[in-house]
Design a protein around this ligand. Structure first.
Ligand SMILES: Cc1cc2nc3c(=O)[nH]c(=O)nc-3n(C[C@H](O)[C@H](O)[C@H](O)COP(=O)(O)O)c2cc1C
Length: 224
């Protein structure tokens, strides 16, 4: 049974400003496993209500997780159900499936877990018109950004990803449509912090990393 979490009591002490300054891009991850705390606390922190006039209930989203390598947690499909996760279906190939769902990008499956931020668009559009789609996208972006910062606060890395819409809904057995995906895991290299506004940092070894990623993507495309 996964642990549930109290996001306030178990928050790291590092101030958010410091996390923002030391965060960097995560372009490659290792297959190392992580603790349940590193799954539950970021989810609890990231999925809190977003105060907007269009979301009187606090959220328009549902969050689905494909767990790949979490200590003591079966790999497979879960749904976030605050303050814990509910198993939808165990799947020993969860890592492979996540990469496929994320347009066959290895990063989607190299993570320890990948979160799919979904919305039930029909009732949302009925209530809010086309603005509903934009608000759901906005909320997904906010949750993805929070999740990435929470991951960094706990020594992990994260990245937002694109996906095959219908395949994601089918895999999790939901009519909710994915808006955005966040992969969270152990970065393969120590993230290089960004510079300050007007003084961007130069990433050393960036071309080598991009060559590696291009090679992985070509290999993945050949396999599909
Ligand atoms: C809507 C959206 C979709 C994205 N899809 C992908 C993707 O499929 N693959 C990828 O490598 N990066 C993708 N990115 C880019 C990464 O998330 C990108 O590195 C990030 O937005 C910039 O933040 P960073 O400083 O953490 O790298 C996407 C970004 C956004 C906003």
């Amino acid at each position: 049974m996964p642990i549930s979490i109290d996001s306030q009591a178990s928050a790291p002490e590092e101030p958010i400003e410091s996390v923002i300054l030391r965060r960097g891009s995560t372009r490659a991850m290792r297959h190392d496993s992580i603790s349940q705390h590193q799954l539950m606390w970021p989810l609890a922190a990231a999925t809190r209500a977003v105060a907007m006039d269009a979301t009187p209930g606090g959220t328009l989203l549902e969050h689905y997780i494909n767990a790949h390598a979490i200590d003591g947690l079966q790999p497979g499909a879960y749904r976030w159900s605050r303050p814990s996760v509910k198993l939808i279906a165990a799947n020993e190939s969860a890592r492979k499936v996540s990469a496929e769902l994320c347009l066959n990008q290895p990063l989607g499956g190299d993570s320890a877990y990948t979160v799919f931020h979904n919305a039930r668009l029909d009732p949302i559009m009925d209530a809010l018109g086309s603005r509903g789609y934009r608000v759901a996208q906005l909320e997904a972006g906010i949750v993805c950004g929070r999740l990435a910062l929470a991951a960094f606060a706990l020594g992990l890395g994260a990245s937002g990803l694109t996906f095959f819409d219908d395949l994601v809904s089918k895999y999790f057995g939901t009519s909710a449509t994915p808006m955005l995906v966040t992969a969270v895991g152990v970065p393969n290299t120590i993230p290089a912090p960004a510079g300050s506004p007007g003084a961007p940092a130069t990433l050393s070894g960036y071309h080598r990393l991009m060559d590696q990623i291009a090679f992985q993507l070509r290999r993945s495309a050949e396999l599909h």
